[in-house]
Design a protein. Sequence first.
Length: 146
Amino acid sequence: MHLFLVHHGEAVDEAIDAQRPLSPAGRASVDRLAKETAARGARPVVVWHSGKLRAKQTAQAFWTACNALAELSATRDLQPADPPQWLRDRLYGETRDILLAGHFPHLPRLRALLVGGSEDDFPAHGVVALVTEDEGVTWRELWRLS
């Protein structure tokens, strides 16, 4: 099972738009990363996002580029302050390839919980690909894009 952790693209400032959609530069970066992720063979069958507009727009770009037949939906446990253990526990026994579009500090904490290491080295507005071969008991990092 592959897990793709995607930090949402750069968003406009809250003073400009309280919903914080992707900025033009953020949209361009997300589109580029989505194409690069697809070129690396990513074909998630589930694409989950936090429900926040910037994460939803990011998820939609990856859904379009990687697998437009995948399930695309907002899900719980992806908010910035959510404990990463909640999502880790949901991934136990999962066999489908999943892409998560979310936020800092949640995604760096989830990656550190799954594979170890620092929370500080997650690429801002980037992608980290993980794999498990034992239904979520142990994980290893495959690659990353920024």
